[in-house]
Design a protein around this ligand. Structure first.
Ligand SMILES: Nc1nc2c(c(=O)[nH]1)N[C@H]1C(S)=C(S)[C@@H](COP(=O)(O)OP(=O)(O)OC[C@H]3O[C@@H](n4cnc5c(=O)[nH]c(N)nc54)[C@H](O)[C@@H]3O)O[C@H]1N2
Ligand SMILES: Nc1nc2c(c(=O)[nH]1)N[C@H]1C(S)=C(S)[C@@H](COP(=O)(O)OP(=O)(O)OC[C@H]3O[C@@H](n4cnc5c(=O)[nH]c(N)nc54)[C@H](O)[C@@H]3O)O[C@H]1N2
Ligand code: SF4
Ligand SMILES: [Mo]
Length: 728
């Protein structure tokens, strides 16, 4: 028996775990780590199942190659040779612009995903770069880009000190938070109320978060920008705005919000005008307050407008960059992703739909167009790293068909699933417990400054490759090297670049130092660990990997402190309250105000024991309340003459789904969770709990214009009883 401590890598809450393992490496127990200063022993049902997930017998253990529709186990050398042949064949025939890459959600959590994303993208040499960002959080980043100049300057609610939290379109009691790393989010919300604070939730469903709140307001899906504009309107009309920081554009903002009175938007939003006015007054009057919003508004049309307005309200109420309001964490690593250049988009445009590049990426919503549209630059080969787009992307079934048509596809993924079944080669990363872990990205949005490194708990088996080695070899192959090129070579190059840059950066702790000497001082058993050591040493706390190794429960680096001045990088040097791009969107919103809403709209929801598409193969996590059902208000069941199932139709597809009548959802709104719709591949438990693919209904032709983000919420649908022969 032995005990190991590590960070849970599943969701954004970064909980510390205490694992017990027997001498075969089998995990016998997973508990919260009581000595972790940040998570203090918290664990959720998913974290508690980490052992079962990690030991899933259906995980791939060796590379797989598909030939004539049949799968064969392969050695790593055979697999990389097949990748080299596949990629180089497509490059020779169609050029590099026919390549595409998708980085999925897990790449935001793994060390390898962080380290090799840029090198792999660069060596593929294509502009067809896609990631989970454009089916998730990119509107927040674009909004911060325009407002503050830096799309990585993402403020988080100062959860532990705020007096008033307004949550719009997020359900952190079940999701455990997102763009806001806060272990035990439910406990932190309870603590807020215990200390006399107020929690208000705005959501078309009375969620578990709403259930623990002081107040819940139903809102019609997709209408949050109106609600927020009316709050801004009220703050300005009643002279309640007290920014307290240097801003530009206050008059323009007043002009933009002028028409959006609470009375004008109330019928559209479904929120009474007096409640909107009261919310504005309460936010202004609270000693400190924070507005927090996630998927409910990000993955909706005008998502960027909503995210911008969230922070406009935080600014107007004097709660920006101050304790108890929203603040910017100071991570332990050097923030190499900050360019220091004002944010801009549209450096290039997508070929088929002419959509602008945003943060170096194109929208996932247009990937199928790029594969299907003939002509120069048509995508013929795809690399995916940790993604299951057939279940995750809008109009997944269209991608399912498009993937089948590719000349070559390689997936770095531990499972044969709905997406990787189209691959020619699957390269499986090792088990989570065989990988070191550090949250490069999540700790830039944590509600306390904190760092924790987890070494691998179990060694790699002989001949097994780490995810870092897999991605390094892929990168080398993509750059034209032989299939057997040494991945360590690439690590040295990447780390050397970081050190070289630091050595020539004025004021850097490594300024003027010799790169070879710096390299010799680095500590780490793998490329990502060397990189982490360098980034920690260059970071603001002067930590090192050795320091973190010596503190296996994590290091508390204190509460958040104001730091807007050092992050702000707009050309004006001020916060831009009314950027022209957003002003244009407000005009479009105004024009839409009179459009009659759809009779029924579809939204999503997250379930406590799911994580997007890949946790349904663990028996302890499926069943019970974790079912793929369509939540619907009983009034709609009666009104539409439905039984226990319904046919749901949208502009792009239709599904037959079981109904879950509940008064917790607004009339006129139905909710289906995503990540279901499993087909028989290698995941036997998931196949028995298949559910329906919500993204059969979501429409890839509708996007948030400024960010290119997908629209999963507010999708117009019609419902009808299934035809009698479909009832069997
Ligand atoms: N248990 C679990 N946890 C997860 C995940 C998971 O799949 N399961 N996924 C992880 C990921 S990748 C992410 S990005 C985060 C997401 O974290 P959250 O955003 O907190 O998760 P959701 O449950 O999608 O919450 C969105 C809420 O918005 C509401 N909503 C829908 N449409 C609208 C609208 O138009 N307006 C408003 N105001 N509300 C609306 C929904 O009813 C829902 O309650 O969760 C992470 N954590
Ligand atoms: N309708 C609707 N659709 C949605 C959403 C919604 O709210 N509604 N939410 C969206 C959001 S926020 C997100 S983030 C996306 C997520 O969508 P994706 O980016 O597709 O991510 P997942 O569904 O989590 O799929 C994860 C894949 O990574 C694999 N994987 C697991 N661990 C590892 C690992 O360590 N390494 C590698 N290489 N692979 C691994 C899994 O086997 C699986 O194939 O879904 C989006 N889709
Ligand atoms: S809340 Fe997230 S990080 Fe914490 S134990 Fe659960 S899945 Fe893991
Ligand atoms: Mo996400």
């Amino acid at each position: 028996m032995r005990t190991a401590h590590r960070t849970c890598p599943i969701c954004d809450a970064v909980c510390g775990l205490r694992l017990e393992l027997d001498d075969t490496g089998h995990v016998t127990s997973v508990k919260g780590d009581p000595d972790d200063p940040f998570s203090e022993g918290y664990v959720c049902p998913k974290g508690a199942s980490l052992g079962r997930l990690d030991e899933d017998p259906d995980r791939l253990r060796v590379p797989m190659i598909r030939k004539n529709g049949e799968w064969f186990e392969a050695t790593w050398d055979e697999a990389f040779q097949a990748v080299e042949q596949g990629l180089s064949g497509v490059i020779e025939r169609y050029g590099r612009e026919s390549l595409a890459v998708y980085f999925g959600n897990p790449t935001f959590h793994t060390m390898a995903g962080f380290m090799y994303r840029m090198p792999l993208t660069q060596s593929l040499g294509t502009r067809n770069v896609f990631s989970a960002s454009t089916i998730d959080q990119i509107p927040k980043q674009v909004a911060c880009g325009y407002l503050l100049g830096d799309p990585f300057a993402i403020p988080v609610p100062d959860l532990d000190r705020t007096d008033y939290l307004l949550v719009i379109g997020a359900n952190p009691v079940e999701s455990h938070g997102s763009l806001c790393a806060a272990p035990d989010f439910p406990g932190r919300l309870k603590a807020l109320r215990r200390r006399g604070g107020k929690l208000v939730v705005v959501d078309p469903r009375r969620t578990r978060t709403a259930a623990v709140a002081d107040e819940h307001l139903f809102v019609r899906p997709g209408t949050d920008p109106y609600l927020l504009l009316a709050i801004v309107h009220t703050l300005l009309a009643e002279d309640l705005a007290t920014p307290g920081i240097a801003v530009n554009g206050l008059d323009e903002l007043r002009r933009l919000a002028a028409g959006f009175t609470p009375e004008a938007v109330a019928p559209v939003c479904g929120v009474p005008a007096e409640d909107i006015v009261r919310l504005a007054r309460e936010l202004a009057a609270a000693p400190t307050a924070a507005v927090y919003s996630r998927i409910g508004t990000c993955t909706a049309e005008f998502g960027t407008v909503s995210q911008w307005l969230v922070d406009v309200v935080n600014i107007l109420t004097g709660n920006f960059d101050r304790p108890g309001g929203v603040m910017f964490p100071r991570p332990a690593i050097v923030e190499i992703f900050r360019t220091g250049q004002p944010y801009a988009s549209g450096q290039w445009h997508s070929r088929a739909r002419g959509l602008p590049e945003v943060m170096g990426e194109l929208p996932v919503s247009t990937l199928a167009d790029e594969i299907e549209t003939p002509g120069e630059g048509q995508v013929r080969a795809l690399v995916t790293v940790g993604g299951n787009l057939v279940l995750s992307a809008p109009n997944g079934p269209r991608l399912d068909r498009a993937f089948a048509d590719l000349d070559f596809m390689v997936c770095v993924d531990p499972y044969l699933n709905e997406t990787t079944k189209h691959a020619d080669v699957i390269l499986p990363p090792p088990r989570m417990l065989q990988s070191p872990h550090y949250d490069f990205l999540l700790l830039i949005v944590s509600v306390r400054n904190y760092a924790r490194f987890s070494p691998a708990v179990l060694p790699l088996e002989p001949g097994q490759l780490s995810e870092a080695q897999i991605l390094a070899r892929l990168t080398l192959i993509a750059s034209g090297q032989e299939a057997d090129a040494d991945p360590a070579m690439l690590d040295e190059m990447i780390v050397g670049q970081v050190l070289g840059m630091a050595a020539t950066t004025p004021g850097s702790p490594f300024e003027g130092r010799d790169v070879a000497e710096l390299r010799a001082e680095l500590d780490g058993d793998s490329g990502p660990e060397l990189m982490l050591d360098a980034m920690l040493k260059l970071g603001p706390y002067g930590l090192s990997l050795a320091d973190l190794r010596a503190k296996p429960h994590g290091v508390d680096l204190g509460p958040l402190r104001p730091r807007l001045a050092e992050l702000l990088c707009t050309p004006s040097g001020r916060v831009e309250l009314a950027p022209p791009q957003l002003a244009e969107e407000v005009v479009r919103l105004g024009e839409r105000l009179a459009t009659p809403p759809a009779d029924v709209v579809l939204i999503g929801r997250r379930q406590l024991r799911s994580n997007n598409s890949w946790l349904h193969n663990v028996p302890t996590l499926v069943g019970g309340s974790n079912q793929c059902t369509l939540q619907i208000n009983p009034l709609d069941v009666t009104r539409l003459g439905l039984g226990d199932r319904a046919v749901v139709r949208s502009a792009v597809g239709e599904l037959v789904v079981p109904l879950e009548p509940t008064e917790t959802i607004m009339p006129g709104v139905v909710s289906l969770p995503h990540g279901w719709g499993h087909v028989a591949t290698g995941q036997q438990v998931a196949a028995r709990h298949a559910g329906a693919n919500a993204n059969t209904l979501t429409d890839e032709s509708v996007i948030d214009v400024l960010s290119g983000n997908a629209v999963f919420n507010g999708v117009p649908v019609t419902l009808s009883p299934p035809a009698p022969d479909a009832l069997s």
